[in-house]
Design a protein around this ligand. Structure first.
Ligand SMILES: Cc1cc2nc3c(=O)[nH]c(=O)nc-3n(C[C@H](O)[C@H](O)[C@H](O)COP(=O)(O)OP(=O)(O)OC[C@H]3O[C@@H](n4cnc5c(N)ncnc54)[C@H](O)[C@@H]3O)c2cc1C
Length: 501
């Protein structure tokens, strides 16, 4: 029977960074992953001459060497930043609503405000005031995080607005629904519409992308996952792929080990789980060891959206079909609640979609004379689970076809240039990620489930969580969560040693 200081379950962003940091600190760490490659969502796959990016559309929080963001510090710690070639995007996004709007927002505060003011002159002053508020609340948020004495007197904007829903603020500042949609379109990156999204989250998204710019990287997110895994190996870590964990062993309220899908028992006193809290408490741990309170907490959260994703390899340069921006949001309605309702339907109705074409900012991303477009349409897993298996393929291609109609409206000729195409549904994400409902951001990121309130610690001693289910989804939070969990595990190990001596 083998024994490790720590076993990490899952090699997604959170699991990889936790494992890497632990190994670098001299902790004997074993990483167990059920899939055959590292990354979880942060991965790629090949079809024909294309290597498709699965998940990373716009990396937040990195910043440049001269103006580093918090994620750069995390990746620097792991030693991977300089191993990778980062690609900054000059613009945030292009937003297209048929017959109503076609706007490109630059990733620069002044230029962005000027662009919005030119398109929405009647709301000129309020546009400036809105971004003043965005910046003010973000600066106060950074202060609150460092200040144990933080109070409503010292950080009034934060305490007043952090949990206010974004729609309330948008309605307070703006009248034109198109303007509200334009400044809040990043809500899709949280999967929660402005009416349910805490303003703090929207403000941080805007601030981070404007100030630190959105990034991608050469080789896509797979290059990042592989680089972290390499660093883990260099630090002496051990990993097993195609090796899922089927059980977490608990005795007297403490973890004692894991059992792999092959029936092997591995002893450990510390487990870091990148597998969802739902599957850990309802599948991996025997029910008699799961605290009642924990099940109640889980019962209060709902599983977040997955996505219907089309990966299209085109036999032409992006400009040939009118794609001039890396990130494009294609909207059908300004009613974001309607869009959110459509997440619960298989059919495409009032959806809005994200189309990323990495070749615009990185012309070498796909083979010469080609480009790839990844089209994301957020959808919950439940309606897809109700489709009878014999209708699944028909439905999947029917929906994909509808989405391509939407794309074709904005980028005529797109369809006829498709050389390779692959369609992933929420069921595909379920299969590859093992997340409930194929969720890509963990639980719905409503205010009560925000990482202000969720603890990555478990009442079971020695059990820690990382990744989307332990706080917030997306690359920056999940990559950072692993380093934070590693710190907590090391602290717990040190205090255990102190108690013994
Ligand atoms: C289509 C798509 C688009 C996205 N776009 C963006 C974007 O533009 N920007 C952004 O920031 N985020 C984006 N995201 C979200 C982001 O990719 C995820 O939130 C993040 O990568 C999740 O990381 P994680 O640490 O939670 O691990 P996950 O990626 O969920 O990985 C968990 C890993 O654990 C493994 N595992 C699970 N159970 C077990 C077990 N029992 N034993 C062993 N291994 C197990 C799984 O196989 C998996 O490899 C997108 C995601 C998708 C799918």
């Amino acid at each position: 029977m083998s024994e490790y200081d720590v076993v990490v379950i899952g090699a997604g962003n959170g699991g990889l960074t936790a494992a890497c940091r632990l190994a670098q600190k001299g902790v004997k760490t074993l990483l167990l992953e059920r899939h055959n490659i590292p990354g979880g969502c942060a991965t790629s796959f090949c079809r024909g001459r294309f290597e498709f990016e699965v998940a990373l559309h716009q990396l937040s929080g990195l910043g440049s060497k001269d103006k580093p963001g918090p994620l750069r510090f995390v990746l620097d710690k792991l030693g991977v930043t300089d191993r990778l070639e980062w690609v900054a995007m000059e613009n945030l996004y292009r937003l297209l609503v048929p017959g109503q709007l076609d706007i490109i927002l630059p990733a620069d505060r002044e230029a962005l405000i000027a662009t919005l003011q030119e398109r929405f002159p009647a709301e000129k002053d309020n546009i400036t005031a809105f971004f003043d508020l965005v910046y003010k609340i973000c600066f106060e948020f950074f202060g609150v995080n460092r200040d144990p004495q933080a109070s409503p007197e010292t950080y009034p904007t934060y305490f007043k607005y952090a949990l206010t829903n974004s729609q309330e603020i948008l309605d307070q500042y703006f009248t034109d629904p198109l303007l509200k949609m334009t400044v809040a379109i990043y809500w899709g990156y949280m999967g929660v519409p402005p009416s349910k999204l805490p303003f703090m989250d929207l403000a941080i998204l805007l601030f981070a992308y404007i100030e630190l710019k959105p990034y991608h990287l050469k080789g896509g997110s797979q290059a990042l996952s592989t680089a972290i895994l390499e660093k883990f190996y260099e630090a002496g870590g051990e990993a097993r792929f195609n090796c899922g964990v089927s059980k977490i062993l608990v005795e007297n309220g403490c973890v004692t080990g894991v059992v792999t899908e092959y029936g092997e028992t591995i002893n450990t006193k510390y487990i870091v789980s990148n597998a969802s809290t739902l599957s850990v408490y309802t599948e991996l741990i025997d029910p008699e060891h799961v605290p009642e309170e924990q099940l109640k907490i889980l019962g209060g959260s709902t599983v977040g959206p997955s996505s219907l994703t089309i990966f299209a390899g085109l036999d032409c340069e992006p400009e040939e079909v009118g794609i001039t921006e890396t990130t494009n949001f294609l909207g059908t309605t300004t009613d974001m609640d309607k869009v959110f309702s459509s997440f619960r339907k298989v059919a495409v109705e009032d959806d809005y979609i994200l189309l990323s074409c990495y070749d615009v900012s990185d012309p070498d991303f796909s083979p010469p004379g080609t480009c790839q477009a990844v089209i994301v349409n957020l959808k919950y897993g439940d309606p897809w689970l109700e489709i009878p298996p014999h209708q699944y393929y028909e439905k999947k291609y029917e929906v994909a076809d509808k989405l391509l109609d939407l794309v074709e409206q904005h980028f005529p000729g797109f369809r006829e240039h498709i050389e390779e195409i692959e369609v992933a549904t929420p069921l595909t994400h379920m299969r590859y990620l093992a997340t409930p409902g194929g969720a890509i951001y963990g639980f719905d990121q409503f205010a009560k489930d925000s990482n202000i309130f969720i603890s990555p610690r478990s009442p079971i001693k020695g059990l820690y969580f990382v990744g989307a289910w332990a706080g917030a989804g997306g690359f920056q939070p999940t990559l950072s969560s692993g380093v934070a969990a590693a710190r907590q595990v090391i602290k717990a190990m040190q205090s255990e040693t102190e108690v013994k001596s």
